[in-house]
Design a protein around this ligand. Sequence first.
Ligand code: F6R
Length: 608
Amino acid sequence: MCGIMGYLGPKDAAPILVDGLRRLEYRGYDSAGIAVHDGTHLVVAKAEGKLDRLVGQLGSNPLAGSFGIGHTRWATHGPPSDRNAHPHADPAGDIAVVHNGIIENFTALKEDLVSRGASFTSETDTEVIAHLVAEEYDGDLLEAVRRAVRRAEGAYALVAMSQHEPGRIVAVRMISPLIVGVGDGEMFLASDIPAILHHTRSFAVIDNGEMVDLSPEGWHIETLDGERVDREVFEVDWDAEQAEKGGFAHFMLKEIFEQAAAATETLGGRVDEKGRVDLDGVDWPEGFVESLDRIWITACGTAYHAGLIAKEVFERLLRIPTETAYAHEMRYRDPIIAGTTMTIAVSQSGETADTLAAAGLAQERGSRLLALTNVVGSTLSREADDVLYTRAGPEISVASTKAYLTMLIGAYLLALAMGERRGAFDPVAHDEIVEALNHLPVKVEDALDRDGDVAAVAARFEGHDDVYFIGRGLDNAVAMEGSLKMKEISYIHSEAMPAGELKHGTLALVTEGTPVVVVLTQQDVYDKTVSAIQEVKARGGFVVAVAFDDDEEVGKHADEVLRIPRVPDLLSPVVAIVPMQLLAYHVAAARGHDIDQPRNLAKSVTVE
Ligand code: F6R
């Protein structure tokens, strides 16, 4: 959690740091701050609240200096406040640090420092690091940080500078992500690539347990033990425009509308003209897929919902028992895992702490690990044995949309690739799925074209504080994602459940006008779901159905129908989620919410 930045070069550091922090705000946005070296001293500006408060402060009190560090915070230790905002300094103001993640032994470290006379101005664990670095400092920042980090346990990344070494910035990665951007005569540090994509396209990833030393002479990476590391610089070909709103009111809306293109990217080059699937980055050993007798899928939030769809798809197509587990549950269970198990960790960011831990546990127990992730070079992608990138492009909005849709397509591709190896398909069924998959981008585009219809239905949610989402099988899994989208950005209480479960309790909450969204795409259980609609209607509920264009029945039962283009039932989640994302968006927009940065949330949950 939190976003961190560093800049060293010929330009004024403050605007570059602020610009990077704006692009990192999705990682946290309850306070922000920067520190620059003005040639004599370290000078710090920080403010509770959104970045604009800091910008206002810098407008009246500009900080001059050509190297500095910055931070945008998502509180873990100590509530959001000016004094808990980063950067933090030691009492003498000699060392400034920004940090994300958690110092797990900070209480013991703080008690020790206090017992030796130290005083603290904040409640953060970060301030302890500033003290430790200052205590260890004897003229060499790199060595001081190295010794300090040896005393601090936890998962974090930190960036430090010293008043006594103008032009030097030292950073460490202890699990939390950190990259170096290499520009023309200038260098950057950031939590992720989009933060500095406007300045450079050349990057190096800092690995776990590594330090990076930036100075006017250049940069180098070394391990905590002081061994030099030769790290390749790679070029990123993302379009910087992709990281901007591109004319949409919110990143979320832009990302929803990018889904047809994203689907094309996910599929691109992975299915040949004969319908054979070739997944770059997936290199299963001979006989591995054939021997599989169990698949575990682990993930959190929206990625977990994608995992629920993947389970249904794998079980139906491959007949391999599959369990989808919340990563934060799985890591503390005693999962039954053997060499004939494959584990798939699903994560947009590839940095979710719980998902990394569950994936690591599966690997320890002998499972091969496949990462289904969006972020190239993420921790998950580097720890996994195989990686299938979703290729959704940068997702800025906290509420995940295109990442989810592309995860689903990734799951279908995996099912096809495994099915080919196991001889699981009859050729006709295989070809039908391949053909339908290839048509998905067009179908998604078609679903997006109906945004106006969704906006009209959204207006009917005004004044309601509770909404329910129901469906059966795949429709239930997609209803869960629709419900999560609704609650996280509209703040309307929303629950999802299998349609057959409603009558076992929740129906008590359905009264005159209660909105119930019913996903109705699975023909084998269609009539059963219609019965649930009747139960809702009999209590006066307001039913919004999500149904295929060719469904002539649904209009007799539902108050409103959000139509989606026809695809095979098995692939319906990819299309059915589109109107539900738009519904959540329009309901939230009508309420005037901060859609891209919903309260209390952050894009990447890198703490347990
Ligand atoms: C909801 C949302 C979250 C994430 C979850 C996992 O819109 O975005 O529920 O899906 O925090 O994040 P990743 O996929 O990065 O592991």
